[in-house]
Design a protein around this ligand. Structure first.
Ligand SMILES: CC[C@H](C(=O)O)C(=O)SCCNC(=O)CCNC(=O)[C@H](O)C(C)(C)COP(=O)(O)OP(=O)(O)OC[C@H]1O[C@@H](n2cnc3c(N)ncnc32)[C@H](O)[C@@H]1OP(=O)(O)O
Length: 253
């Protein structure tokens, strides 16, 4: 299996299990995220959702380039981008707090997934960034829209998107992307982060999450994300994108 969904008391955990390719996302992992969403909506006893990656190297390295590089035109790329963007919006709007436990590199679509979560607990060894620009495309799963919505400073959000590079954990904290940075054991970091919140009724968390979702509905965040997807698919078919992906896949180690 390329993912796992585990229940730990009132926490539902989703783990991307493709460490050999830095937890890159394929269609099976997207299926898993859809299953995560339906599980949460069908179980009112779930208080928190955690998303993380297997191993210590990566949280998620974005779309699986060995598969998605086979998509050439906007018409071919749009369905994958649109599906993942819709699934990620359903993750972002889950009725409970969603924590990205960023155990390692979170780049490209991986950075988009973490940004869509309510909180980002980032390993001091991790790096994260919207590196899509280095492949001559933009974010295409909603991550740019979430970043511009969530970061306190728009200039810093734009700088992150336009620099298209990974940043170390301390820089991510300074930019306001990382909620907290932890050293060592990620499980201990998660428990320390949650301990105070677990003293508060889940109904309160759910009410605050509904407040946030209402804000996003009011500003038509999903419509903005759909525009991001469309524009990414148009950039996708440019020769520059395909050359950059080919260069990565054929790089000598
Ligand atoms: C809208 C989203 C969008 C899309 O879907 O297209 C994107 O997500 S675009 C961005 C796609 N992701 C990337 O460009 C990241 C590519 N990977 C890396 O930059 C590095 O692998 C990194 C920084 C994540 C980790 O570096 P490290 O040195 O630790 O590992 P290696 O580079 O040696 O990689 C190990 C192994 O994994 C394979 N790999 C890594 N990332 C991907 C990926 N995204 N898709 C497919 N395969 C990936 C890499 O090729 C190596 O395989 P090997 O067979 O051992 O050579």
């Amino acid at each position: 299996m390329t993912f796992a969904i585990n229940r730990e008391e009132n926490i539902l955990r989703f783990t991307i299990k493709r460490p050999e390719i830095r937890n890159a996302i394929n269609h099976e992992v997207i299926d898993g995220l859809e299953k995560l969403v339906s599980t949460v909506h069908n179980d009112s006893t779930i208080q928190f959702v955690v998303i993380t990656g297997e191993g210590d190297e990566a949280f998620c390295s974005g779309g699986d380039l060995s598969i998605f590089h086979g998509l050439h035109t906007a018409h071919e790329a749009f369905p994958m981008l649109d599906r993942m963007a819709s699934v990620l919006y359903n993750v972002a709007t889950l009725p409970v707090p969603v924590i990205a436990l960023v155990n390692g590199h979170a780049v490209g679509g991986g950075c988009e997934i973490a940004t869509a979560c309510d909180f980002r607990l980032v390993s001091s060894k991790a790096k994260a960034g919207f590196i899509q620009g280095s492949l001559a495309i933009t974010s295409g799963w909603g991550g740019g829209t979430y970043l511009l919505e969530k970061l306190a400073r728009q200039d810093i959000a734009m700088h992150m998107l336009c620099e298209s590079k990974p940043y170390a954990a301390d820089a991510l904290l300074e930019k306001g992307w990382a909620t907290q940075v932890y050293d060592g054991d990620k499980e201990q970091a998660l428990q320390s982060f949650l301990i105070e919140m677990t003293q508060v009724e889940a109904s309160v968390h759910r009410a605050y999450k509904q407040m946030l979702i209402r804000k996003w509905i009011g500003q038509n965040l999903l419509g903005q994300i759909k525009e991001e997807v469309k524009n990414c698919s148009l950039l996708w078919e440019a020769e520059e994108h395909h050359k950059a992906v080919q260069k990565f896949l054929s790089r000598k180690k």
